[in-house]
Design a protein around this ligand. Sequence first.
Ligand code: HEC
Length: 99
Amino acid sequence: MKHHKIVLAVSLLGLASAAYADDSTLSRNMASACASCHGTNGNSVGGMDPLAGMPKEEMIRKFKDFRSGAKPATVMHQLAKGYTDQQVEMIANFFAAQK
Ligand code: HEC
């Protein structure tokens, strides 16, 4: 019986660190969905709007404006609706940290 408790404790530890790793991996994965249009890590080429280094508040505001239609868009208004507020915040954090 003692043995089982140790196994449980070890697997809980594993779970906690996996969840932590997931957070930054998740942000990166979500942001990579933007790369096809906005360039790798938001460093755009060919005149696309760059995302790298965009302040977090600006990104969040632009997503809100895309969703509401306040900011005219060809694709982003649809795309912005596919993310929860929490996901937008993670994406905004990611790009704000890029050079
Ligand atoms: C299919 C191509 C495509 C993808 C994928 C895409 N975008 Fe865009 N993005 C655009 C286009 C095109 C515009 C210009 C507005 C419009 O016409 O929709 C734009 C504009 C923006 C703007 C406004 C830039 C500015 O300074 O005004 C932001 C912010 C933005 N995108 C963020 C993102 C984020 C974050 C992602 C990933 C979650 C993403 N985009 C994925 C095509 C894309």
